[in-house]
Write a protein that binds this ligand. Sequence first.
Ligand code: F6R
Length: 621
Amino acid sequence: MCGIVAYIGSKKAQELLLEGLKRLEYRGYDSAGIATLSKSNSTTGDVASLKVVKAVGRVANLEDKLEDMGGLNGSVGLCHTRWATHGGVTEFNAHPHTDDRFGIALVHNGIIENYAALKTYLESKGHVFKSQTDTEVLAMLIGELYSPAEGIDLEAAVQAALREVTGAYAICVICEKEPDVLVVARKGSPLSVGVGNGEFIVASDPSAIVSHTSQAFHLDDYNVVKITRQGFKTSTIHNVAVTPKVVQLELDLEEIELGTFSHFMQKEIFEQPKALKNTFRGRINVQDSKVVLGGVSNFDRDLVKARRIILTGQGTALHAARIGRYLFEDLAKVTSHDEYASEFRYRNPIIEENSIVIAVSQSGETADTLAGLREAKDRGALSLGVINVVGSTISRETDAGVYLRVGPEIGVASTKAFVGQVAVLTLLSIYLGRKRFMSSEHCRELLTGLEQIPDKIQQVLEYDDLIKKVTAKYIEKENWLFLGRGYNYPTALEGALKLKEISYIHAEGMPAAEMKHGPIALITEGMPAVFIANKGPQYEKVISNIQEVRARGGHIIAVATEGDEHIKRYAEDVLYVPDVPECLSPMVTVIPLQLMAYHAAVLRGHDVDKPRNLAKSVTVE
Ligand code: F6R
């Protein structure tokens, strides 16, 4: 979603800000803007002037504009990529927004829910608005409250304004009247301050910080930080002092750069074997039939008593959660459900005693998942997180959890996080199963299989050229089906989601048996139907479903187990995956589907890492 970068130091702000903004492009946006404060000498001393430049579309458009006008001076500034919520994609609605009195500029991630009431109040005070956004209301409100003569400086005005606001925000604010100050604040939307030598770089995502400093602190909700070149002062919106903890950012620059790959999605698909090895490191002890999960071990007693597990998430994370549901019932013998967090949070869910809610999320910032988690906690459930981003809001609000450790995921289409989520849910279900009914032999068998998954994924990746060729055969087709059963029904959903989100081809995923209850009407001559037909308990049933599609002219692309020659009788194309235990199979069967989606998007000429209308982290409802 929206991205924020701000800077105060001795360097030219524009260059640093644009470099940071480019690192955040992956999050998805539709317009961009920048503001700096530049000082000039006048007879009355130094005067600062605020310059704001905005452009619709890519950051490159903003760069072109800046170049045409000779660029912006100044060593204090802020910038933003906007993903439209309130008001269309226009320059007026792009950030930074300004007040109409003091040269205040503000960038904002999140939503000010009571903006309409605040706007009415501000209009009654004579303020005139230029945009349709909630953010401009906040800029005006800070200006309305700003009164240096009464001791209300920029920091105090920001604190006072935020006391009036309901909603979520990460904001950065500068002001012509205080040219050596940057004020930033957060509630519900992430913001970190990178601490350099005489300089500070603030960003909504640490990837915009790491090339400058690895020391940073993450703001907590309701924190306001006043930053000067000399240092920073942190307080709450009620002006109570806070001491933030400066930490080392666990982010390697190499992890957020493309290297030899063409796209981040491609890089992330290919780094899955390495990523999974990292997920498993220190957590699998085959010899002792043991899963080691330090992040949840304090809650072993609650876990053993669990009577119901509810897994929530959105999109790809929900697909992983659905596989998790099968795993928990199968391996740990606990009644389990999965549910879109967006539905769960509003439907007055029943949470009985000994219920566990597991929030599954790559970013740890998804608004619906966070709200669902809070709802479950309020109703007394033990909450666990299966999260990738360390220190994210959900990871901090859960009682306990297990990190994915797959490294930063930059590609908007989630790939390695999905496999990481399934892997962690598998570890958790074996962990729990072992504490309940699972024999040490069964556990050892599963862990042996699990440890081999990274190599098995590697084997599938070797078929990349073939997968590309098969995809190319069907590239003109506008409607695809993805079908699977059991553990691979959610994999089919994931395959369809991947294809549609980056190639814009219409795709439906469903349980293979469901097809004949209606969707079979869609099948026309030559329509591609991808079947996950690996060897497993439902193999024969899947073959019957394949025949139903073939009989109506559909073309079958089968994801099948290495060595299965029989399947060739029924499928136009076969993509092989190695043989693995059924409950572990989604981690390998999803790989050809990810690669098909990737190649389809590239073959159709789409920008794989910046799919239209999508944002990496959905921090609005
Ligand atoms: C699809 C995709 C989304 C996310 C969903 C949840 O490729 O990335 O469907 O899975 O928005 O995001 P997280 O996992 O960050 O909660």
